[in-house]
Write a new protein. Structure first.
Lengths: 101, 190
């Protein structure tokens, strides 16, 4: 039973606009001279569960094009992936998808 | 010269005394660098306000720390600031944990036996240390890296030693990563 005189703390809820939830986001990995090709390939296989062929292709894209979109999806999932890439030491960013993607 | 052998599930990293003492020094430095972002004086693990994302976390001014703790999106300062406040504590704890595993291994002696989880912690920690050394050496692009090696004869003694250390750490990280890749290959074949 609740006591109506007890002050109740209302949680602060950060409401994101509906279009923000529907809009797909992406995790981008950028090239840098430090990360080893073997290591980047390993991270893509072990974290995302990609096949060695797909991981190798994405790794080459990062190496040759300077960047590669390695995952797309809801904002929260892409933020989680980007945080994971940062834990591995890969240079990654999470941003909304654009027309050119 | 260092050597890495796979023995069943474990991997043995064998280091010369000078290699081991050098690695102890530089990873102790990395532990200090990672600890510096906590200014409360308490052990970082007890900093509940930071853990819960209740305190502001300023964007690092040291470019090496910024490379270890990058913006979630360099094109969006506001979102990066919020993300840093909510997640940087956990990232810092994860990186510090990897370094602790490495320092613990290095203190075992010249023959360091590593489980798969430990190898993963070592490769991440080696990568973080290489990121810091690359920033200190001014290696921020592949062109800058090529130029650094091309002009190796002109480097001063301390920069030359840092580059030698960087190469050594690259070799160890690459070899350990190969054992992780072999492990994945084994999983695929099963």
């Amino acid at each position: 039973m609740s006591n109506p005189t007890t002050p109740v703390l209302e949680p602060e809820v950060d409401v994101r606009p509906a279009e923000d939830l529907a809009k797909p986001w992406k995790t981008v990995v950028f090239n840098d001279p430090v990360n080893l090709m073997s290591y980047v390939s390993y991270v893509f296989q072990s974290y995302f569960g990609y096949s060695s062929e797909k991981a190798h292709k994405l790794m080459l894209e990062v190496h040759e094009n300077g960047r590669s979109v390695v995952a797309t999806g809801a904002r929260e999932a892409m933020e989680r992936d980007t945080q994971a890439m940062h834990e591995y030491g890969l240079w990654a960013a999470c941003r909304p998808m654009t027309e050119s993607d | 010269m260092a050597a890495i052998d796979s023995r069943g599930d474990d991997v043995v990293l064998q280091l010369e005394d000078n290699e081991r003492s050098l690695m102890l020094t530089v990873f102790t430095d990395l532990a200090a660098l990672l600890g510096e972002s906590d200014e409360s004086g308490r052990p970082a693990s007890e900093n509940w306000e930071a853990r819960l994302g209740l305190v502001e976390r300023p964007r690092p001014e040291d470019p090496a720390l910024l490379r270890l703790f990058p913006d979630v999106d360099p094109l969006d300062a506001e979102r990066s600031e919020e993300f840093r406040r909510l997640t940087e504590f956990d990232l810092q704890q994860a990186k510090a944990h990897n370094v602790r595993i490495i320092l613990n291994g290095l203190s075992q002696g010249p023959r360091i036996s590593l489980t798969e989880d430990e190898i993963l912690a070592w490769t991440k920690g080696l990568n973080d240390l290489r990121l810091v050394l690359a920033v200190r050496l001014g290696i921020d692009t592949e062109e800058a890296q090529e130029e650094k090696y091309a002009r190796r004869d002109e480097l001063d003694e301390s920069e030359d030693l840092t580059l030698t250390l960087y190469d050594f750490l690259t070799w160890v990280q690459d070899r350990l990563t190969m054992t992780l890749l072999d492990g994945l290959q084994g999983d695929e074949e099963e």
